[in-house]
Design a protein around this ligand. Structure first.
Ligand code: ADP
Ligand code: MG
Ligand code: ZN
Length: 475
């Protein structure tokens, strides 16, 4: 018997608002320990939360981008549990009335379309960070992250392999970055996910018992955790055992997991509406104005690149999944450049420059206007392709006007007919034998003469022009 994996994901993303969700402390990552804190986010008795409107707006953006229904009224709820990184002993989250519901995420896995239903997206606050100093026999707490806004996106159990899970997570990350609502810095924990895994006999319609692994902070880690858990459950079932519903901790260094706790129930959290916060009401007009402000999303870009510009699918994907590249391409296209040519430069020489320097496109000196100007100079034969690459390197490092750089480096290609003609005539005079050979029909002699002309021009003559003029003169 074969077993099929069934996977559901809960993805947490930190929103990049200026301030925290219920107070005016900075929500930015890092900072000296316990400097982004106030009575509200450190849970002092008597302090009162005030909801940050931007958090709702950002969550609605994600909800609209994932085809969710946006609730006209949603409710903040207290999720009670005690852990020292949570000073109030409850997390303000949402329970039965989340902000967004019934969504659908469309993406592709190895070129095949896939849809995953989103049960919900809700908003909540992040917890602080425990610092376990190896040298001390005590733990310290940094509350800077406490109260940083999060959205939690919960999928239906629609995912069937670790590859699908990875493609889904990558799609979510790309979408968050397009919407400009999350830093998407994995190393800072901006996106974390819990994976829920069960297996069932292939062809079965019922689900098996699920195991949850929490707080996985890399996508490759999620893949490893899923693959491990699928094998563990499959082997267990083959041996006649049963899967326990539990939370297991994934250890991404030892590459194994172990029981953390048997599953808590929702009732263990004693959820109830937070009496300090009013229900959140969003009007249709506001939601519509947010919808209108949404940028074009990656899947639509991908289709446009393939359909309208004829860019090969693999290349189109490499552009569309990277917002800064896609923006760059779109701007060049608006300036009149050929999208395919720009794509080749972006994925070729420019990608190499980025790799070597570790710079994002926007950190380099290259602008869409700069690249377009350069491409025009190459296209019109004013400089050669090779010289163009040299100029690109300079602009990438330090910016500047391609024309000035070309002049400074003396890279102009000689295209003037008269100038080239006089070089050709001199070469013909000095190579009578080759000229005679050519007239007898020896093609290699022609190539030799071209080479001599290029050499005489110190490589600056436009080869196409040389070719054309030499033929005219000889014939
Ligand atoms: P909890 O908060 O207790 O983890 P939720 O209902 O919020 O519970 O999340 C459940 C997650 O587990 C969802 O992503 C859902 O798709 C997934 N899930 C539910 N049942 C199964 C199952 N049998 N196998 C795999 N995943 C499942
Ligand atoms: Mg869960
Ligand atoms: Zn605060």
């Amino acid at each position: 018997m074969k077993y099929e994996p069934v996977i559901g994901l809960e993805v947490h993303a930190e929103l990049k608002t200026k301030s925290k969700i219920f107070c005016s402390c900075s929500a930015s990552f890092g900072g000296d320990i316990n400097t982004h804190v106030c009575p509200v986010c450190s849970g002092m008795p008597g302090s009162l939360p005030v909801l940050n409107k931007k958090v709702v707006e950002y969550a609605v953006r994600m909800g609209l981008a994932t085809n969710c229904d946006i609730s006209a009224v949603s409710v903040m709820a207290r999720k009670n549990y005690f852990y020292p990184d949570l000073p109030k002993a409850y997390q303000i989250s949402q329970f039965d009335k989340p902000l967004c519901q019934n969504g659908r995420v469309d993406f592709e896995v190895d070129g095949e379309p896939k849809s995953v239903r989103l049960t919900r997206i809700h908003i909540e606050e992040d917890a602080g960070k425990l610092l376990h100093e190896a040298s001390a026999d005590e733990s310290l707490i940094d509350f800077n992250r406490c109260g940083v806004p999060l959205i939690e996106m919960v999928t239906e159990p629609d995912i069937r392999s670790s590859a699908e899970a990875k493609a889904f997570l990558e799609h979510i990350k790309t979408t968050l970055s397009y919407l400009d609502i999350c830093d998407c810095k994995m190393e800072e924990g901006s996106i974390r996910c819990d994976v829920n895994v069960s297996v069932r006999p292939e062809g079965s319609r019922e689900f098996g018992t699920r195991v949850e692994m929490k707080n996985i902070n890399t996508f490759s880690g999620a893949v490893r955790a899923i693959d491990y858990e699928v094998s563990r459950q499959t082997e267990l079932l083959f041996e006649g055992g049963t899967v326990e519903q539990e939370t297991r901790r994934w250890d991404d260094i030892k590459l194994e997991n172990y029981t953390m706790r048997t599953k808590e129930d929702a009732q263990d959290y004693r959820y109830f509406p937070d009496p300090d916060l009013l229900p959140i009401e969003v009007t249709d007009e506001w939601v519509e104005s947010i919808r209108e402000s949404l940028p074009e999303l990656p899947l639509s870009k991908l289709r446009r690149y393939i359909g309208d510009y004829g860019i090969p699918e693999k290349d189109a994907r490499l552009i569309a999944e990277n917002k800064s590249r896609a923006d760059f391409l779109d701007k060049c296209e608006k300036l009149g450049a050929d999208a395919k040519t720009v794509t080749n430069w972006l994925l070729g020489d420019i990608a190499k420059l980025q790799n070597d320097s570790g710079k994002e496109l926007e950190e380099s000196g290259l602008t869409p206007a700069g690249l377009c100007a350069l491409l025009e100079l190459i296209g019109s034969g004013k400089i050669s392709g090779t010289a163009g690459k040299k100029v690109l390197g300079v602009i990438f490092d330090e910016g500047g006007d391609p024309l000035k750089i070309i002049e400074k480096l003396g890279l102009y290609q000689m295209s003037g007919q008269d100038e080239i003609k006089s070089i050709i005539e001199a070469v013909i005079k000095e190579n009578e034998k080759s000229v005679a050979d050519y007239k007898k029909g020896k093609q290699t002699a022609f190539g030799y003469l071209i080479g001599q002309c290029m050499k005489a021009s110190k490589g600056k003559a436009n080869p196409q022009v040389v070719n054309k003029l030499l033929k005219e003169i000889l014939d």
